[in-house]
Design a protein. Sequence first.
Length: 59
Amino acid sequence: MAKRKDTVIVTGSTGFIGSALVNSFADRFALVGLDRAATRQPPPAAGACGRPMAPASPR
């Protein structure tokens, strides 16, 4: 039986740093990419989760 991998959520997975993290963590973790807009897809190692996010409301 295959060992279950821990899951890591990478915010900004389509950006420069986020995509580097996804590529670096791909062998060790199950990955989920979380981004504001689905304008690009995260690297293939991460499942995509694009959700529209409301802007922060002023206090």
